[in-house]
Design a protein around this ligand. Sequence first.
Ligand code: UD1
Length: 417
Amino acid sequence: MESYHIRGGNPISGEHAVSGAKNAALPILAASIVTGEENLFSGCPRISDTAIMREILRYLGCKTLLSGDQLLVDASGLHGEEIPKALMEKMRSSIFLVGPLLTRRGRAVISQPGGCAIGKRPIDIHIKALSQLGADIEEKDGQLIFTGTKLTGANILLDFPSVGATENVMMAALGARGETVIHNSAREPEIMDLQDYLNSCGARIKGAGTSRIIVKGGYPLHGASHRIMGDRIEAGTYLLAAAGTGGELLVKGIEADAIKSLLKCLRHAGCHVKKQPGQVWLKGPKRLSSAGRIQTAPYPGFPTDLQPQLSAVMTMAEGKTRMEEGIFENRFQYAKQLIKMGADIEIFQRTAIIKGVNFLQGECVTAEDLRGGAALVLAGLMAQGETMVEQIGFIERGYCDFPEGLKKLGGDINRNK
Ligand code: UD1
């Protein structure tokens, strides 16, 4: 079984350039089918989730060609509307295909999307919003069939600022007659990247980054070139690795504003942080202090996707940390693995109380989801002795060359087959 072997204790120091953001790449690759033409993406992250998205695009009739971090998607041959269950189950982000397929083909057939087991993750907000645009939705033999050849722009109020639902509605609204206004839209930076890409294809979208997005539908769309924005979650993970090991790290390819809430916690925990255009520098103290009370929330709140990694680092900080998970109801599974390593964590429903211990001990631990898996890697880098992390397939869904990246920065980590 493939695993990472880590000998803890080395500071993570040096320079790291982040790859393109997974959470920007996935909706943007899905969106490319609305153009019916060739699109060239640079900064495409080489992770298994984007490989699955390419597989889905090819199944639907697109051609894709990957060279380094450049990905060409030729959507001129798009012929399908149905995503097979096997592909759908591999990745929750396959739900992003619904909006673009409705715009391009007037029909989309999916089964319930898969993804990491971090909560129930229903798709009711997507369904309600798409039906407000006029899509018919039918459930038959375990499949969801969306039909909508005559979508009409509408005023849509999302019950919760769901990232995926915001993006799906933006993409479906491109094919709707008239104007769509999405109220209570999610404000994540990746939504701005999707807007930028779509506007460069000829779309008329404004407001991404705020809680009110306006899409003018019905404009002809064409292929475009686009650079995928840097991955703020990868940046945060590396900064936390440096913070937890007393390292000094410059992370390039990221705007500090996109991880403002994390940088605030890191400063609170005793790190020196400097923001520069397109990069962030951090120096960790000998021992971190607790970051205090943290609650994950939609952007610009503290990102749920960095909650496990921050918790891992807090296990060895001085004092008590209170971590409240405000987005997903089941995002503390990794805690029992950290407890095996000697961490003192108590879970009360959606809250973890972490009391800092003097050391963690290397152990054999198992990743159960993407970010929880990254948290175990960070714990391994901080621990005494050797840590083996199993089920690394979860981690490789979202981190490109993770062991190689950490190794270059001084981490003693190897990937074993
Ligand atoms: C996206 C990110 C994921 C991140 C999450 C929250 C991508 C590819 N993934 O996921 O990494 O953790 O945002 O920042 O961008 N919900 C419903 N009904 C819905 C949709 C969502 O109840 O129809 C709930 C979810 O169960 C969850 C919350 O809303 O509790 C947030 O989900 P959402 O913002 O939609 O996350 P994703 O788009 O799936």
